[in-house]
Design a protein around this ligand. Structure first.
Ligand SMILES: [Zn+2]
Length: 82
């Protein structure tokens, strides 16, 4: 995505408003989850998409201790424990 050059202010609770054009471009909705990173003097945001910790799949995920695992990997682990 090309830099949009929007100027936003941080309010007293640390919130910012993401301009609607950016939200639409990234398909962000209420309750969309974002990951934030810092890199030197930059804040980098990206839409959070849970993926399997083992294979990177986004399908059929189960959460355990704040990690995600897909049904295929879970089945493979269960079979290996026999
Ligand atoms: Zn997996």
């Amino acid at each position: 995505m090309k830099a949009a050059g929007y100027l936003v202010r941080v309010d007293n609770l640390g919130r910012i408003v993401i301009p609607v054009r950016i939200r639409r471009a990234l398909d962000l909705h209420n309750d969309s989850c974002l990951e934030l990173f810092t890199e030197e003097d930059r804040i980098i945001m990206r839409r959070y998409q849970a993926v399997c910790a083992f294979c990177g799949s986004e399908e059929s995920l189960t959460e355990y201790k704040e990690k995600h695992i897909c049904a295929h990997c879970l089945e493979a682990i269960n079979k290996s424990r026999v």
